[in-house]
Write a protein that binds this ligand. Structure first.
Ligand code: AMP
Length: 654
């Protein structure tokens, strides 16, 4: 039996879907090998101008399913940016496409995806507009003329009423996560946008489920829509134990390392989404001491076969692969399949885990699932009719037990298999010369052998995921971020930043692993809401909302958790960002001054010790000459916004 099919690609390829060269090039650069099922089904329909109702959830690749055809159908004349008009009043501008998303987090993600796919379309602009961030940059962006606008419903309506957004020349409207918008109370806004856009526009409606209200919208506002549902025909072998880990508390890589260290496995196949990721993850695992290699469709057939042979022969223990590259892989040694990234659909999942439990053996399948992807997990469970059990990551103690065991095994092996007479004599001589006990000398030698890598894993500062929900405390940054964490009971997940209750744990829990606490010079007294801070930081530092942790608002200042390895230039940039009329003056939190009690506002009213010298709040920033902005709705951002018309209605996105 061959280990691999002669050619990796079977089924449709991106090149077969009718996409233009500039987009195919970008797709290759991003590292996608083949279209996901929803992409293969939807892209040709949207390219042909059809309205589409797609039943798809996060993780299926639906963003590219609508973004690529929108980009492909953009009129090249529209790619010439219009000159920025001057003057205070917002000037109406007309995007070619509008995507409505339920949360600002998703709006940012979708906008980022457009930007990525449009890499070779000069003059292309996408603009995310959502509540909780200042109007200024949004007005400016709209005046500049973005071909694609991605927004939350409330803020979009708000711009429509202010006259800063005009849907008169809209060619395509996408409703992303329709059922979620319904659940969050945005359906009236969505319907208003549908009514206000011009009659002939194309509409694509994506929804994970199809409640009656969503069906009604499709019936009323879409013309003869093509329905795309990705059928899931599947069954999994009973010899495979299936578990999932809900990502949180630890980075995926650290979680994977723990599993690799503590779980007894023979060979492991790890699935990621792109060929770039196969290389990256394999390199990182190698750096951590594992015998790992990448397997992807970019590699020549001979090279792929060599890698598989190395796995068979035990020269490698881990292969990091894409779906395409692992198609047909048949290696008995594979005891574990780990889905580092969730597959797009049940069929891919079943195919992946079918690489273990071969020849009647017992196999293990582990799936990493983020909060946003839980629906896909349920869909997989439903379609395979097999429960996937939640798993707890191996504890630090379990990892250390294994490390000690292996360490001792190495000593035993060295004692039995090697001629130690010369070294023994050297140690005896050292012992005599220095009067140091042999035990201490052995410890010193072990430390040399260990090098930089500590023998034992330290307890993380934050409890691991199994002991707390991921991103605990995220709710204090406003329910709009509930997409990353579970909304509380009875809590509505809206992007209106409406939950202002500060979250003031005493004492503050330590930041999650990989995160650090930062002090910022704007607090409750200045009218700031957590959403403003998150919006400004996400916008201005290009940090994904997912990477912004707990926000803690105090009277005169606040704290925010950000990645500990935040580059210095981004930190410096953020120091000058205005939120609620103040500059952030962000700096790593260095704790209360010596002798002060923990974290009371009175004890930490000013910038933290060692904070770089920045301008005082409310003054002009040296070097920029920028005045503090008018305190607008939400009030976060880099530039003061132009005065807007009075709001016609209280938009839910604000
Ligand atoms: P989405 O369902 O649109 O949120 O996409 C989920 C993830 O899949 C994103 O990280 C995408 O970059 C990735 N993705 C989308 N399409 C493909 C593809 N054809 N091949 C590999 N990864 C993809």
């Amino acid at each position: 039996m061959t280990d691999l099919p002669p050619e990796p690609a079977a089924g449709p390829r991106f090149a077969d879907l009718g996409l233009p060269e500039a987009l195919l090039r970008a797709i290759t650069e991003v590292g996608y090998e083949t279209p996901s099922p929803i992409q293969a089904a939807t892209i040709p329909l949207l390219l042909a101008g059809r309205d589409v109702v797609g039943q798809a959830q996060t993780g299926t690749g639906k963003t590219a399913a609508f973004a690529l055809p929108i980009l492909a159908r953009l009129d090249p004349a529209r790619l010439v940016p219009s000159p920025v008009s001057r003057g205070a009043a917002p000037v109406a501008a007309g995007p070619a496409a509008l995507v409505l998303t339920p949360t600002r987090e998703l709006a940012i993600q979708v906008a980022e995806a457009f930007q990525k796919y449009a890499h070779h379309l000069p003059g292309f602009h996408v603009l995310p507009i959502y509540g909780g961030s200042s109007y200024g940059p949004q007005f400016a962006g709209l005046r500049r003329g973005a071909q694609v606008v991605v927004g939350t419903p409330g803020r979009v309506i708000d711009h429509l009423e202010r006259g800063s957004l005009d849907l008169g020349s809209l060619d395509c409207l996408v409703l992303d996560e329709g059922d979620e918008m319904l659940r969050m109370g945005f359906i009236d806004d969505v319907e208003q946008v549908l009514t206000r856009s011009r009659a002939g526009r194309q509409v694509a409606l994506f929804s994970a489920t199809m409640p009656a209200e969503i069906r009604r919208i499709a019936r009323t506002h879409l013309k003869d829509p093509a329905e795309v549902t990705i059928r899931t025909r599947t069954s999994t072998a009973p010899t495979i134990r299936q578990r999932y880990w809900l990502v949180g508390g630890l980075h995926k890589l650290d979680a994977l390392t723990r599993i690799l260290e503590a779980e007894a496995f023979d060979a492991m196949l790890i699935f990621v989404r792109t060929r770039l990721e196969t290389e990256e993850l394999a390199t990182k695992l190698e750096a951590r001491g594992f015998a790992a290699a990448a397997l992807n469709g970019d590699m020549a057939q001979a090279q792929r076969e060599r890698t598989v042979t190395r796995l068979k022969e035990g020269d490698l223990d881990i292969i990091v692969a894409t779906d395409v590259a692992a198609r047909g892989l048949d290696v008995e040694r594979i005891s574990h399949v780990l889905n580092y990234d969730i597959p797009y659909d049940t069929e891919a999942y079943v195919h992946r885990i079918g690489r273990t439990g071969r020849a009647g053996r017992q196999g293990e399948a582990i799936l990493f699932v983020t909060w946003r992807e839980q629906r896909l997990l349920r869909a997989i469970e439903g379609a395979t009719r097999q429960p996937i059990e939640p798993m707890t990551l191996p504890s630090v103690a379990a990892v250390n037990d294994r490390r000690l065991l292996r360490f001792k095994e190495k000593i035993t092996a060295a004692l039995s298999g090697t001629d130690l007479s010369v070294l023994r004599a050297v140690i005896a001589e050292y012992e005599q010369e220095h009067g140091i006990p042999a035990l201490d000398i052995a410890a010193a030698l072990a430390s040399i052998a260990q090098g930089d890598r500590p023998l034992l894993l330290a307890e993380p500062k934050a409890p691991p995921a199994a002991e707390r929900p991921p991103r605990a405390g995220r709710r204090d940054v406003g329910p709009e971020h509930g997409a990353d964490g579970p909304p509380g009971r009875g809590e509505r997940r809206r992007d209106d930043g409406g939950d202002e209750r500060p979250w003031t744990p005493r004492p503050a829990p330590p930041p999650a692993e990989g995160m650090a606490r930062y002090w910022i010079g704007v607090g409750r007294a200045h009218g700031v809401k957590p959403g403003n801070i998150v919006g400004a930081i996400a916008n201005e530092a290009g940090i994904s909302n997912r990477d912004i942790g707990r926000v803690e608002i105090r009277d005169e200042f606040s704290f925010v958790e950000l990645p500990a390895d935040l580059p210095a230039d981004r930190l410096q940039h953020l120091q000058g960002v205005w939120v609620s009329g103040r500059q952030l003056r962000i700096a790593p939190d260095r704790g209360p001054p010596a002798g002060a009690a923990e974290a009371g506002p009175a004890e930490r009213p000013g910038p933290p010790r060692q904070a770089p010298g920045r301008s005082r709040p409310g003054r002009f920033t040296p070097g920029t000459g920028r005045p503090p902005p008018r305190k607008g709705p939400g009030g976060g951002g880099r530039r003061p916004g132009p005065p807007g018309k009075p709001r016609g209605r209280p938009g839910p996105s604000d």
